[in-house]
Design a protein. Structure first.
Length: 475
């Protein structure tokens, strides 16, 4: 086998993606819904811009991907995974828009940026602080594995912090769906976070490489530097295979033991994320994120107060209900998710009058509703205007940095895309009601931002042992 850089990969235009939920065929729809503010990242296959949702005033990150520069299977997989995973420590996807040559992903904006920038270089975080942050990312990764999803590029650059200092796992561009016991064979990721099986170019178990990479992240959090650093791939390989790393003596015995377990060379001896969760260093039983881990299946039960706000903004009830029920990730669903996101984040807002947003249908006094909705009692009156929800101003990220923290550049080498190994995967086992929300069933609203800089390069394609799109999970 030989290494293959992303620059040598084919740049020939590809056919448009199939199966992506497109909410627009024109780039004008993007600027009609979002005010573009500034660029916050540039990667090998796209850019990320900070934008403001015009109706709600919420800040979002908009990732633009060129269809001609990325294998459609990887883009489909990234979108499908982000749609499937709902966890407070995973960046939330709000909307997917598609043109003839581009795909736009509107995602949660993590104002504090990368975890790497928050860790004091050469010093690390206080152990108790590292523990709290690690619990969050570990819970997010545990949820992914429980849903049959491997991240395959876990690193400090792909772990973000929101405006309240909470963890957000992002960048599922190399993610894939797997069956229990299935062996994967695409060698990918960032070399300074590679598991031994990547260096040995062996077929591997997806969750096992994630556990190793998270162990590297934990080491970085506790020490302020990476455990494996070298000028060549061969130097890194020797360090990884010979466990040439040392932890400071001032760290607790439990912290040192957890790092040692996660950085176990033998895959069969390396713990799973469930076993990591039970380690004495973590007080997992008191961690609130475990609750989200156990709720992998969602019910269609929109928050009625949020739907009412959307009606005031000019959305049609039938269209909104259809969008939410079908999880279309279009304009209506994005507005609903952003309103819910503002509420759960504790962002206050004021309501201002404004003209009806272009492209939205004003409320009608009556209309046909989905058959699954209960019968309504009365019609809601149409409004001559819609409203804009303006969130409270968030504190800039720079005010939270402290002496000794890193700049925007990370210490890891760029990810290398190697050709796939031969697949070694085993066989897989009446009458239209009127618009009134009073009779609708109450329920909670739905609960991810891509890394501002795309640090990893994608392999050319998906190997035979992997699936580009997540499969339906068992009930």
């Amino acid at each position: 086998m030989h290494r293959e850089s992303s620059e040598s990969q084919s740049r020939a235009p590809r056919s448009p993606q199939q199966g992506l939920e497109a909410s627009s065929s024109s780039e004008d729809a993007l600027t009609g819904q979002y005010e573009m503010l500034r660029s916050i990242g540039q990667g090998s296959f796209g850019s990320v811009r900070l934008a403001r949702h015009i109706l709600t005033g919420a800040e979002v990150a908009v990732k633009t991907v060129s269809k001609g520069e990325l294998d459609p299977a990887f883009l489909q997989a990234e979108v499908a995974i982000m749609k499937a995973v709902e966890h407070p420590s995973v960046v939330q996807l709000f909307q997917v828009m598609e043109t003839a040559d581009r795909v736009y992903l509107v995602m949660e904006y993590a104002a504090w940026g990368q975890l790497l920038q928050y860790i004091p270089e050469g010093v690390g975080l206080p152990e108790r602080e590292a523990q709290g942050l690690f619990e969050q990312v570990a819970s997010a990764l545990h949820t992914c594995h429980a849903q049959g999803i491997a991240h395959r590029d876990v690193k400090a650059e792909n772990i973000l912090l929101d405006a309240r200092g909470r963890i957000k796992l992002c960048d599922f561009g190399l993610g894939c769906q797997f069956r229990r016991g299935e062996l994967l064979d695409t060698v990918c990721g960032t070399v300074t976070y590679w598991a031994p099986e990547m260096f040995l170019q062996q077929a591997y178990i997806g969750p096992a490489v994630d556990v190793w990479s998270l162990g590297v992240v934990l080491y970085l959090m506790l020490t302020g530097h990476l455990p494996f650093e070298g000028d060549t791939l061969e130097e890194l390989r020797d360090q990884v295979l010979h466990r040439s790393w040392v932890l400071p003596a001032h760290l607790s015995i439990h912290a040192q033991d957890l790092v040692a377990e996660m950085l176990t060379v033998d895959t069969m001896e390396r713990p799973s994320m469930a076993e990591v969760a039970r380690h004495p260093w973590l007080k997992w039983g008191q961690c609130p994120f475990v609750i989200a881990t156990r709720k992998s299946r969602r019910r269609f039960c929109p928050d009625l107060s949020t739907v009412k706000v959307m009606l005031d903004l000019g959305f049609n009830l039938t269209d909104t209900w259809t969008s939410l029920k079908g999880r279309k990730f279009d304009e209506a669903m994005a507005t609903y998710l952003l309103l819910r996101h503002q509420h759960t984040q504790g962002v206050g807002f004021t309501v201002q009058r404004r003209s009806v947003h272009s492209g939205l249908q004003p409320r009608s006094s009556a209309g046909s509703l989905p058959a699954t909705m209960p019968r309504q009692r009365s019609a809601s009156k149409p409004t001559s205007h819609s409203r804009r929800v303006v969130p409270a101003v968030q504190q800039p990220r720079g005010e939270h940095l402290r002496p000794g923290q890193r700049g925007s550049k990370g210490g890891s080498l760029p990810a290398l895309a190697l050709p796939s190994l031969q697949a070694q995967s085993p066989a897989a086992p009446g009458r239209a009601p009127q618009q009134d929300l009073a009779a609708l069933p109450p329920g909670p609203g739905s609960g991810g931002h891509r890394s501002q800089v795309e640090g990893s390069r994608r392999p050319q394609g998906v190997s035979g042992g992997e699936q580009a799109l997540p499969r339906q999970q068992a009930q």
